[in-house]
Design a protein. Structure first.
Length: 289
């Protein structure tokens, strides 16, 4: 009995710090945020209340529904673009590059941008796509245009390009890991049975890489969904996203109840995405034991 109590005391002491940390910095802030979403704004104060007016406004006011749908669209396009670029790159690194030295070097070239300031990476594309940027200069030097074009910047396409560049490492990293762990014996067995390269990829490699693909898509979607820097730098007037709306509600508008309701909605959407991702990962997982 004494040993059991000591074990319980040690267990409690071991987990009290992380549980306390989660309680103070995660659970309590989320609980406060959700509670404030039901409050009423009486400028310049916020009155504790329990009403659904703030949440109803998010769905009844076209301004908010437009921004939410726009954010979902951009996040989906960024995820699609990162997948189309990241999967071939990860596949090339694992199955085409034979030299371990070059493979590590190329892989690090994908990871190194994460060590650079996020703001600097986003601002780089503003310079590239700007009126006097590299893209316009190239087109002018080739004689394809007579004067710089302004259509490359301050639109949703510029936002998607910028966000794909920023978040593509989060797609490549899990894909590289799962593809690198695909048993070579499976591929050799497929080739021995006379299966062509495409069908080997489709029937063997791709199913085994679904876990990494889902993980990368989830991270890319969630990160781009909550981004607020790219819309400011390259988005333009029609590039406002949910994070920018949250910033304005807690800042200039000074409407914390509405901002908390919007933040709660964003939290719910992210949790839904994570739940679906986890479910798809389990159903698409292939037991290799």
């Amino acid at each position: 009995m004494i040993v059991t109590r000591r074990n319980l005391a040690g267990f409690a002491a071991l987990f009290s710090i992380p549980l306390g940390w989660a309680l103070i910095f995660l659970i309590i802030p989320y609980a406060v945020m959700i509670a404030v979403g039901f409050w009423t704004r009486q400028f310049p104060l916020f009155v504790p209340d329990f009403q659904w007016g703030n949440f109803a406004q998010l769905f009844n006011d076209q301004q908010y529904t437009t921004v939410i749908l726009r954010t979902l669209k951009i996040a989906l396009l960024v995820t699609l673009g990162a997948t189309l670029l990241g999967y071939p790159l990860a596949y090339y690194l694992v199955f085409t590059v034979k030299s371990q030295k070059w493979r590590n070097l190329l892989y690090m070239s994908v990871i190194v941008p994460l060590w650079v300031s996020y703001l600097l990476r986003a601002y780089t594309w503003k310079i590239i796509l700007g009126t006097n940027g590299a893209l316009n200069s190239l087109l002018l030097s080739l004689g394809l245009i007579d004067q710089p074009l302004s259509l490359f910047l301050y639109n949703q396409a510029a936002m998607v390009i910028t966000l794909v560049y920023i978040f593509i490492p989060f797609m490549v990293m899990p894909l590289f890991t799962v593809l690198d762990n695909v048993p070579k014996a499976f591929i050799e067995a497929s080739e021995d049975l006379g299966v062509g390269p495409f069908m080997t990829f489709w029937r063997v490699i791709f199913p085994l890489s679904l876990g990494g693909l889902i993980a990368g898509a989830t991270m890319t979607f969630c990160l781009s969904f909550g981004d607020f820097v790219a819309p400011v730098l390259v988005g333009g007037p029609d590039g406002t996203m949910v994070a920018n709306l949250l910033q304005s509600q807690f800042g200039a508008a000074l409407n914390w109840p509405l901002g908390s309701a919007l933040a709660t909605l964003v939290l719910i959407l992210v949790l839904v995405v994570l739940t679906l991702s986890s479910r798809f990962d389990r159903t698409g997982h292939i037991d290799m034991n």
